[in-house]
Structures are given as structure tokens and as C-alpha cells.
Design a protein around this ligand. Structure first.
Ligand code: DLL
Length: 441
């Protein structure tokens, strides 16, 4: 059975997607000036960095002046843990989320009521861009909790007027039952999890091609055109790419339209630049480099020139949909060592921190990442001390369990732990190669 993919209905909130470029730039500049003033007035780190450069907010008079401003990096959020970068008093914060930092502690982000409303609008525009509307039933399988995916998509779906099923992640068989029984028309989850759902549905005798499901809003991890083709061929749905990150807002920074030609950035809210990751120099549209984003509306936690570490380029050519918003090309890699495992961000340094909390291991470890039936797997191989290695099987198993538990509590993912004899892991002459990623992303 082939599915019907009706043309999108224009939602009034999408009007901003089509602003003539001169008007868009005017909106951006007005918002940028207010944002810089706000960050300068309320965030000590930002004011200090401006002062070091002998800059005052009135020095930002054009969008090009943005280049003069200092970058913000993940370590700044880590150092300011938990509330050091807030520009609003705690009494105005209505929401907190958190994401992986590079050590045991997460990074914290916060929202005022207006921030939550803006975010919902960005997500509403995201759903509308791929043709969803009132009457759609959206199964939201992004995790609800500190991760921004669940609640971000939830509020956007409600603002759109769609029916949202807040099922959160996991429990695959129940996901499939509800997809089928509720007549779900769109699903939100990571693309790798959807591949897993397809496989499991096949085993359960459910054929996605025969269901009303017509769209998938997939993101939170890198994926490829060949994954898109496989998803579409095996399920009959259209698979759309959505991009975002906690530090900027969560999902809804950029979203593909029905032409599937790369996510359009909601540039009236998030100002993009591409820089050379080594020199920090701004690069022209079409050139690959690191994406840097500036929030133009955020109140609780403005981000100025945040280095995302995501490598991409900006496409400025007109999309057939008529949106004037530039698009980002597929993000295949990052300029740091962050891995995304089943949608959860993870740094090798976090695994190291988790191992170090447990006695009996040596500081030699290797992380093996693979994908089996659409699901990411992680094995951490750890060298143990000679005493441990000659211990009883029971004692080894206990240590393994303690390490697994420590990793889960620091990183938030379950990893298999394999204890290996001292001096068995390969040593490197230069930087230790800590990760083997066999997923071919
Ligand atoms: O992953 C927010 C999100 C939720 C986006 C749901 C889309 C859907 P973080 O956990 O902070 O936030 O992770 C952000 O994930 O810097 C990218 O490296 C990666 N990422 C997010 N979306 C995509 C995508 C959420 N579509 C980090 N393609 C980002 C490739 C993506 N990578």
C-alpha cells in the first residue's frame, strides 16, 4: 500500500520562515543588540570577556559586528555549574534541563516562561515545516526528563494543536502496539531507534506500510542519507531531519521542510555562523566548518557565539518551499570526541571518570561502539590489576557489576564491561586511541 503525503497546510506561526531577507536581518539585528545588552548586564563571564576586548554593547551595530564578540564553549557551562550563566533571577526560571558535560557533572540549562513559549513556537514551526497539523497524532518517543527531546517536542506538538502521545523512550513492543492501535500519523525519536522499531515490528507481524504513520521527526544523533532511504523504503513514511542542542534550546533549532534538503535554521531565533575550528575565522556560506550559534531571544540563558562542535556548512540557495531560512548540511562529525549513543551524549572522559571511582582497575581502557539491529551497543574493555585478575570468578563479576553501575550513574547509558589482563590493550605512541566506532556514520 502506498501512503498519501498531502501538501503542507500553512500555519500562521510559519510566517517568520518566509520573511524577505532584508526584513529578517532587521529582526536579527534588533534582537542581537538586546541580547548582547542583556548578557552584558547579567552574566559576569560575558561582561568580563567583553571588557577584556574593550567592547561595550553599543559597539555591536551590525550583524557583521558579531565577529568581534568572544566565543562561548561547553567548558564555560561546566565551570559555571550549576547556575553561573543565568541572566534571569531564579524566581523567573520555570524549567531546567541538563546534558552531558565532559566530566561527572552535567551542564545545566534554564528557561523563563517566555523561553518555554519561544521554544514551543520553534518546535511548532518545525512540525508545520514537515507538513504536520491539527488532527495529526504524534507519538513522542524522545526521552522525557532532563533531556530536552521529550518535553521540547511535547510542547511544540500541543502548540500545533496535534494530539501528542507522551510515551517517552524505550519499551519497544508497547511503542509498536500504540503506533498501530492509536492510528499514529507521526513519530518523534532518534533515527536509529526507528530502525529498531521497524525490525521489531517485522518480528511482531506489524507492517508499518499498512499503518497511517506518514512522517518521522528524527534527530538527536548523526544519521545518513542511506539510513533515510532505508527507513523510507521499509516503512513508507517520510523521514525528516531535526537538529538542536540543549545549550541553545533543545530540538527545534533547525528542521527540514517537505523537500528534505537539509534542516532550515530558524534564523530569527538562532543566528548561525560557520567558523574554521582551528583559527576561529568566520567562513562563507557553502564552506564546511564548525557551526556557531547565537540565541537571539533567550532570556534565562543567552548564548553568544556558542561553539557547537558540529561540523557542517550553510546552504543559502533558495529551497523550493520558499523559506528564506538557510539550511545546514548533514552533520556527520564533530570537532571534539563526543559520541552519541542511543541519543545520549557521551565523552570518553566521562567513562574514565566513572572507572576511576572504582578500585582495582588500571587507567587503560578502550570503548567499542557498534550498532546491532538498529541499536547502539557499547563495550568498555578495562585492564585490571594483577591481583584482581588472579582473583575468583565471583570477585571479577562483582567488579564488573560495580564498573557497569558507575558508568551508568555518570554517563546515563548501560555499557557492557569486559575485564582484561594487565598490558593487553594496545598502547599508542601518541594520543591514546580510546574509541573504536564501528557504526559507519
Ligand atoms: O539532542 C536535542 C535534540 C532532541 C535534537 C531531539 C533533535 C531531536 P543534546 O542532547 O544537547 O540535544 O545533543 C546535541 O546532538 O550538538 C549534535 O552533535 C547532535 N545532534 C542533534 N540533532 C542532530 C541531527 C539534543 N539531526 C547534539 N543530526 C548536537 C546530527 C545531531 N547530529
Amino acid at each position: 500500500m502506498s501512503k498519501v503525503h498531502p501538501p503542507p497546510i500553512m500555519h500562521p506561526a510559519s510566517a517568520m520562515d518566509f520573511l524577505p531577507p532584508a526584513q529578517l536581518q532587521q529582526v536579527q539585528l534588533t534582537r542581537l543588540k538586546a541580547m548582547v545588552q542583556r548578557a552584558y548586564d547579567h552574566v559576569a563571564l560575558f561582561r568580563q570577556r567583553m571588557e577584556e576586548r574593550h567592547l561595550q554593547p553599543p559597539d555591536v551595530n551590525s550583524l557583521a559586528d558579531l565577529e568581534k564578540l568572544p566565543f562561548t564553549v561547553k567548558a564555560d557551562l561546566r565551570d559555571a555549574y550549576p547556575f553561573g550563566l543565568f541572566a534571569s533571577p531564579l524566581s523567573e526560571i520555570v524549567r531546567f534541563h541538563a546534558s552531558s558535560g565532559t566530566t561527572g557533572k552535567p551542564i545545566v540549562v534554564a528557561y523563563t516562561q517566555e523561553d518555554v513559549d519561544d521554544w514551543s513556537q520553534a518546535m511548532l514551526r518545525s512540525f508545520a515545516a514537515c507538513g504536520l497539523h491539527r488532527g495529526d497524532i504524534i507519538q513522542n518517543a524522545y526521552g522525557y526528563g532532563l533531556f530536552t527531546g521529550g518535553l521540547g517536542a511535547h510542547y511544540g506538538a500541543e502548540a500545533l494543536g496535534a494530539g501528542v502521545i507522551p510515551i517517552s523512550g524505550g519499551n519497544t513492543d508497547r511503542q509498536i502496539m500504540i503506533l498501530k492501535d492509536f492510528g499514529v500519523t507521526a513519530i518523534c525519536c532518534t533515527p536509529s531507534y526507528f530502525l529498531h522499531l521497524i525490525d521489531r515490528a517485522g518480528e511482531m507481524g506489524v507492517n508499518f506500510k499498512e499503518l497511517p504513520l506518514r512522517a518521522g521527526v528524527f534527530g538527536a544523533e548523526p544519521w545518513t542519507e542511506s539510513m533515510r532511504q532505508r527507513i523510507e523504503a521499509e516503512s513508507g513514511i517520510k523521514a525528516y531531519d531535526i537538529y538542536g542542542l540543549s545549550e541553545i534550546v533543545g530540538p527545534g533549532v533547525a528542521m527540514e521542510c517537505v523537500h528534505q534538503s537539509g534542516p532550515h535554521i530558524f534564523e530569527d531565533m538562532f543566528y548561525p555562523e560557520i567558523i574554521d575550528p582551528d583559527t576561529g575565522r568566520v567562513l562563507p556560506d557553502g564552506t564546511e566548518g564548525e557551526l556557531v550559534l547565537t540565541t537571539l531571544c533567550k532570556r534565562a540563558m543567552p548564548m553568544i557565539r556558542y561553539r557547537t562542535r558540529d561540523i557542517t556548512s550553510l546552504a543559502a540557495d533558495r529551497c523550493p518551499c520558499g523559506r528564506t531560512l538557510r539550511r545546514i548540511c548533514r552533520i556527520g562529525r564533530r570537532s571534539d570526541d563526543m559520541l552519541i549513543i542511543r541519543g545520549v551524549n557521551m565523552f570518553p572522559s566521562q567513562i574514565e571518570a566513572a572507572l576511576l571511582k572504582v578500585e582495582g582497575t588500571l587507567p587503560h581502557y578502550h570503548i567499542l561502539v557498534d550498532r546491532v539491529k538498529g541499536l547502539d551497543t557499547v563495550e568498555v574493555q578495562v585492564e585490571v590489576t594483577p591481583e584482581v585478575f588472579s582473583d575468583t570468578v565471583g570477585a571479577m563479576e562483582q567488579l564488573q557489576a560495580r564498573l557497569s553501575h558507575s558508568i551508568e550513574s555518570v554517563v546515563g547509558i548501560r555499557a557492557a564491561v569486559r575485564l582484561v589482563a594487565p598490558r593487553t590493550l594496545q598502547r599508542s605512541e601518541g594520543k591514546a586511541k580510546r574509541v573504536t566506532d564501528k557504526r559507519n556514520l
